[in-house]
Write a protein that binds this ligand. Sequence first.
Ligand SMILES: [Zn+2]
Length: 412
Amino acid sequence: MTDRIAAGSLLGPLPKTGKTGDISSMKQKLALAAFLGAVALSFAGNQGIPDHPAASIRSVDPAFVLELPSEWATIDATGTETLTDWIEVWKPMCGSKRGVLTADMLEKMALDHHAQVDDPDGVIVIDTPRDGVAAPFNLVFTLASTVPASAIASFTRAEEYLEARFTDSVTVTISCSFAAMGSGVLGGTSPSYTTATYTSARAGLVAGADASDTLQANLPTGTRIGVRYSGTSSTVTQEDKIYFTRANYKSTIGSVSGTDASMQFNNQFGWDYDPTNGVSGYSFTDVLIHEVGHAMGFVSAAGVWTNESTALDLFRFQQTDGTSDYNPDTLAEWTARPRLVAYNSPNDAHITDYVTVEYAMSDGSPYQASHFREQSSNIGIMDPAFSSGQTFYPTYMKTSDLNAFDGIGWDR
Ligand SMILES: [Zn+2]
């Protein structure tokens, strides 16, 4: 519990940002400095942040990267403390029309969101008491004053639904705000992310496996896991670093404070806040549960970074066998075959594979890769496309969704 002095801890956070696009304006920099209470700022495009996660952000979709304060984490398995680095990667909310939100707009959105939710007098906390209910998993929403009163029942509905699905003893806090974004855009969102060594990722997944889990113990042993970062090459990279969302880190590796995700929704969008009586427009509850799913770790690096892997990617393979029998049919093959974390290659041949069942995954084009593949019969609520009038009520998450969360360390 000693030696807690680290860079930034005495002087306040030292944020940096990077985005796919232009350098931020001075006005925005000053706004960021104001809300983070920063004493020093360093801004640059992606190339200006060597050795930082922003350096490898994929530029296919617009994104805005915000460096968050470092946090001390306590590793569950060992009780040791470690200083962890965190970033937010703001992207258009799934279902938004592509090409509308630019990196500049995402930056403004991120700054506006943080300014809103950092005002303690303007925030409502949604944390429904669960009297008599044994629900160690606690989901908390902190809502800025811009969240419409009519939306609040949706947050409570999502909270109670998700708390009943998982049994991990963690509290996940998500901040939400609303703002005007024009037509075709649902909003912008970011989980906060850190990295863990593959060794800690595997240890956390194995130690945290629930009674029904058998697969995690079959992850390759050692300090690295083989990943193909190109679907047109047989080259296998021995990866030693795995990205986790903060919520997934807490469910699997260790305890850490901080907000797990930030979301800003479009107040000019035709939301239906109550799917229980039919849906006219877009079901807010469905979109919210989907976005919380990303915050809980349903994320592929194939859609966010180049040559990186997330916890969910530890289960990601090529669907076609190709010349090297890439699709695992047995536990032994599942251990031995390289994972596939590549953007749009081979086209439409990406899966998550649990040996006994596999699910088609989006390859990044035309939909963001952090999803199941879009098809006419939805694989699950973590599909990439969502349409007016659609709802997964009352089930919301299908077995496919629950299997994915189970795999990355959520207990059920
Ligand atoms: Zn999504």
